[in-house]
Design a protein around this ligand. Structure first.
Ligand code: GLC
Length: 464
């Protein structure tokens, strides 16, 4: 490695955000959260702080069968959640889930909204046939992983298509109506869409079913965002509720840094990622954290190291020359091998070979380190955000000393990256240490779809 060590040191420093800086980022997010909750000041921040109208969390008394739909970053998931009397005789339901995942074809992410919703309804039909649900009237909870405005739980006006969705219409329209229309066009499906939620809200609710202390929902997947339980009296746009009630707020934190909060930490690589992304200038926070961009940041760093002669001496860059040529999954796989600590390099070598790169032993080590720097920065930025939420929750419960709150987490990066969870947890601990609050993380597997079905179950419970 010898001669290029200084280069790596420089890169490490460039990607490093120290604890003092992370604490300042946390402060800024906390401040933006409060500003975003007020109608009069909201326009000066970019985080949306959207009320979800989910104010009734599962209490274990729900029973029955519900459909959860989860339109995420790259897949559609349809699930049947069945809540029955518990065999242990306790009060809380026993839950069983049957689910199917359907890969979203690229053309459905770039066509019209009607085509996308017809695809959803068609797969609901397929799911109904496979599970003998044809003709059954079931309540549906719909997780729609995009920003939308709500004034009630089954009404959602789309604000923007995000992630890799490049659909030309649908913004300003009600996605629940679009889904209902597609279900009607499908013909033989009988079901009632009773609730819609963002994936972070779904994850929070499904976290509550695991741990009643869950007050945060976090997604780190194709995109990243978080939701938390806020006092209704702090959400200016919501009225008609008793002040002591709590409601899930979808922060839409992917927009957090779009007012410049991270300008001191945005590197030349982040700028390049941004410039070639479908939405330049937006989602800066997400672009430094989530799975849609992690591989791309690594790719750009490797290209630069190669251009100055620090790696890949044969100048054979293969697919690394192309935007999107290095999948974020590789970052996880390479990290997995690196942390095993046996000095093995088979995985990284074969990944590099698969993208057409011939690497020396030294190159392989450099690639491992680059993946590490990028992963650490992503997890630490996420920790800055989570610590801000924990402090906000703590401020709502001043009477509780040493408050512990649970965060339910899902998403491909959180679930698939071998060190992300520990990096996030450890840094959140450090950032919360002097604030009288601690965050406990739980994996909310299939959280968002299950959460939507649980919200539907709650609606049904309330209607009875
Ligand atoms: C994107 C979406 C947001 C979603 C997140 C995680 O940032 O805009 O609504 O929650 O991805 O899927």
């Amino acid at each position: 490695m010898g001669s290029f060590q200084p280069h790596l040191e420089k890169l490490k420093n460039l990607m490093h955000i120290n604890d003092v800086q992370l604490a300042l980022i946390s402060d800024r997010m906390l401040q933006d959260m409060s500003i975003g909750l007020q109608k009069s000041t909201k326009s000066s921040v970019r985080m949306e702080m959207l009320p979800s109208y989910v104010d009734c969390l599962p209490d274990g008394s729900e029973r029955g069968a519900y459909i959860g739909l989860d339109l995420g970053g790259t897949n559609l998931r349809v699930l049947l959640l069945t809540l029955t009397d518990p065999i242990d005789g306790g009060a809380k339901f026993d839950a069983t889930i049957k689910s199917e995942s359907y890969k979203l074809p690229k053309e459905k992410m770039e066509g019209t909204s009607a085509e996308l919703f017809d695809f959803i309804a068609a797969n609901m039909g397929d799911f109904a046939i496979k599970n003998g649900l044809e003709g059954k009237m079931l309540p549906v909870g719909f997780t729609f992983s995009f920003p939308f405005d709500q004034d009630r739980i089954d009404h959602a006006i789309l604000k923007q298509w995000t992630k890799a969705f490049n659909i030309k219409d649908g913004v300003g329209e009600d996605v629940v109506q679009m889904l209902r229309d597609a279900i009607a066009r499908q013909g033989n499906l009988k079901c009632e869409v009773v609730a819609v939620c963002n994936d972070t809200v779904g994850t929070l609710v499904s976290g509550v079913a695991e741990d009643p202390n869950c007050q945060i929902g976090l997604i780190v997947g194709t995109g990243t965002n978080a939701a938390y339980l806020e006092k209704v009296s702090n959400i200016e746009s919501v009225s008609g509720y008793k002040d002591d009630r709590f409601m899930c707020v979808d922060m839409e934190w992917e927009y957090f840094a779009d007012t410049g909060a991270l300008n001191n930490f945005v590197t030349e690589f982040d700028k390049q990622v941004d410039a070639t992304s479908p939405m330049p200038g937006e989602f800066i926070f997400e672009k430094m954290i989530s799975g849609m961009y992690m591989g791309e940041i690594v790719r750009l760093i490797l290209c630069q190291l190669a251009s100055v002669g620090n790696i890949f001496t044969e100048k054979c860059l293969g697919d690394l020359r192309t935007t999107g040529g290095f999948d974020s999954r590789y970052v996880s796989d390479i990290t997995e091998e690196a942390i095993a600590g046996h000095g093995e390099t088979d995985v990284v070598t074969s990944i590099l070979a698969s993208v057409g790169v011939k690497a020396s032993h030294g190159d392989v080590h450099t690639v491992q380190l680059v993946c590490e720097f990028v992963s650490i920065r992503a997890a630490h930025l996420c920790a800055a955000g989570i610590s801000a939420i924990a402090r906000k929750i703590k401020a709502n419960h001043p009477e509780q000393n040493d408050l512990v709150v649970t965060a339910g987490v899902d998403g491909s990066v959180y679930a698939g990256h071998p060190t992300f969870d520990t990096l996030l947890e450890d840094k959140t601990d450090e950032l919360c240490r002097n604030h009288g609050v601690k965050v406990r993380f739980i994996r909310a597997k299939d959280g968002s779809g299950k959460g939507a079905a649980l919200i539907a179950a709650g609606m049904y419970r309330n209607r009875k």
